[in-house]
Ligand binder design. Structure first.
Ligand SMILES: Nc1ncnc2c1ncn2[C@@H]1O[C@H](COP(=O)(O)OP(=O)(O)OP(=O)(O)O)[C@@H](O)[C@H]1O
Length: 320
């Protein structure tokens, strides 16, 4: 087991520290409230308290998320990282209200949006969820596809919907390929990164306050992963809250994230500014060398420390 997990108390303290400093430094405190009619303000802070998630596998009850707490602020990109099976997607699904308690799975804990218990309203009215698998019709063009969703999701006239589609195509830098076929394994079409941008565009159609994404960069090369993350940061700059699970980001992509939520076997081991994570782990004795990608280093560190005390030989492997 990882010895240096943040204890619930420490975690609580560091969260409240970050919470107040985030609000202070962003100058967004005026946005953290409900409107007079009880609806959420456009800027939504999502927080989660003591979330546990259990599932039955082959008749055995697995404790997948072990009392995790955290928050994601408007205007910021929160990256949820951790080894495969650490509970990233489970947490994202719970935040998006997509994980239901039932015979085989059970969730406890509370999700708040601007301090209001999310059980009291429909979070999906405010949040968009971009799944890992692209679900696009291969025979459509990006423009047709977005127009199709505009008709489903956007109120107003056709002229207004067309304008919205063009705005999103430009925002996501896909206007130049808007008339190409999306394609699939059989039909030559746009690239994987462009498909991912179309999927994000579909979700932007409903003008969400929060965008949640499950591994939006998986299958993309590091350049295209960076392009997708830059576009999401542009959405954060508009006041949206971006929460994304990320697998193996390059060091260039890693340094773009505002906040990091690092999971190990369902426990939170770091929650705070991405650029302070190196210092945090160095103080615990895990000094990531300058030339090493911190994301790779943290994954190796979690794998090794989860098994046993670190040996000298393993320390050498960790540093390269
Ligand atoms: N409803 C469920 N029923 C059974 N097992 C589940 C359920 N939900 C999650 N799990 C298990 O919980 C663990 C965590 O799953 P989760 O998908 O959250 O991990 P992850 O960190 O997103 O992994 P990956 O990076 O591989 O996608 C896995 O072992 C998974 O098989």
């Amino acid at each position: 087991m990882f010895d240096n997990q943040i204890s619930p108390k420490e975690s609580e303290e560091s969260r409240s520290e970050h919470y107040s400093s985030d609000i202070h430094t962003n100058g967004k405190d005026e946005n953290i409230h409900l409107q007079a009619d009880g609806q959420l303000h456009r800027h939504v802070q999502l927080s989660w308290e003591d979330v546990n998630y259990y599932a039955s596998v082959d008749g055995k009850r697995m404790h997948i998320l072990k009392g995790v707490s955290g928050h994601a602020n408007p205007g910021e990109f929160l990256a949820i990282m951790g080894a495969s099976g650490s509970g990233k997607t489970s947490l994202l699904n719970i935040l998006a209200n997509r994980a239901r308690s039932g015979n085989k799975a059970e969730m406890t804990g509370t999700i708040f949006a601007n301090g209001k218990d999310a059980k009291e309203f429909n979070i999906s009215k405010y949040a968009a969820y971009v799944t890992q698998d692209d679900v696009l019709l291969p025979v459509l063009t990006p423009r047709d596809c977005l127009m199709f969703y505009a008709k489903l999701r956007c109120p107003g006239t056709d002229k207004e919907r067309h304008a919205k589609v063009e705005e999103i195509l430009n925002d996501l830098n896909i206007a130049r390929i808007a008339e190409n076929l999306i394609g699939n394994a059989m039909i030559k079409g746009i690239s994987g990164g462009e498909k991912k941008r179309v999927c994000i565009g579909i979700e932007l159609m409903s003008d969400p306050c929060i965008i949640m994404l499950d591994e939006p960069t998986s299958g993309l090369d590091s350049y295209n992963a960076g392009v997708v993350v830059d576009l999401l940061l542009k959405q954060a700059a508009k006041g949206r809250t971006i929460i994304s699970t990320i697998h193996q980001p390059s060091s260039n992509v890693f340094k773009k994230f505002d906040k990091l939520f690092l999971l190990a076997e369902g426990n939170v081991v770091y929650h705070g500014p991405c650029d302070k994570s190196r210092k945090y782990f160095a103080e615990l004795g895990y000094k990531c060398p300058k030339q090493v990608n911190p994301a790779d280093y943290y994954m190796r560190m979690l794998h090794i420390t989860n098994r046993h005390e670190i040996t000298e030989e393993e320390q050498g492997k960790l540093d390269c």
